[in-house]
Ligand binder design. Sequence first.
Ligand code: GYE
Length: 309
Amino acid sequence: LKTTQEQASGPVLQEQLILGFSQIGAESAWRNCNTRSIREAADDAGIQLLFENAEQKQENQIKAIRSFIAYQVDVIAFVPIVSNGWDNVLREAKDAGIPVLVTDRKIETEDYTLFAGFIGTDSEQEGREAALFLRGAWEKKNAARPMKIVEISGTEGSSAANGRARGFREELGDDSGFQIVYTRSGDFLRSKGYEIMRSILESGVAFDAVFSHNDGMTLGILEAMKEKGLKPGRDNIIVTIDAEQAAIDALVAGEVNCVIECNPKTGPIIMDLARKLAKGEKIPPLIHVEEAVFKEGDPGLELLPPRGY
Ligand code: GYE
């Protein structure tokens, strides 16, 4: 029998799930697409999203997570800008009984029970794909000397940069046919990609190929090369990661030679996992999203659907 209260107010609305999300910032087109995906998916799922932008500072993320705990959200999700330094705040969340989902970038911790699971991309595989492409391109050139590679890497201490660097080096192995003659972090920023490539070109360091950890930096690299009268993708070989629209356009124009996808559109799966966690259900400890590799000369590159970032 319904109580008079239920009769009066109609069906009791399902408690709205509250998700606290700490995003690292807005450093690249990839990151902005990741944010859009999360906001839209929360909206579609009827989940109340408390969204905090840390402006590239880990301490802001720790403050945000503490505010989510104080607010007693149902679930916390975050992108750890760097891999270390999370144990204390994650222990506070665990003590408060709030499940935590790690997304996009990974953490290193003493205690893997401090979070429920990870959903994101496989940075090491992305690095391996980059090395596989450069190996193939160099073999095609039938060069009688080692390939000189410049690496412009992502945010220092992030799992994305560490994973890409590790996978790249593992795949190249100790094959003396490939030499990394210069490596420096461009922090995933277009402006830093530009500055670093300008200084490399001014220093006269000879190189055959560039491995750039994200398309944002690659756009800066292309700008610096063109300013010096170079034809990027022809005078040298360029491999880049993310697969934002501008990189696909550069691939079609022959200005880069390989674009490795890193999928930012994880909003829907994050919401599914958050709902499971709110119900006390278990989730897989690690989920890697599917990713493609786009190479020069692939058929139908111009027919690819818009990337949305
Ligand atoms: O490659 C880059 C963003 O964490 C995988 O961060 C992400 C990286 C992505 O700034 O564009």
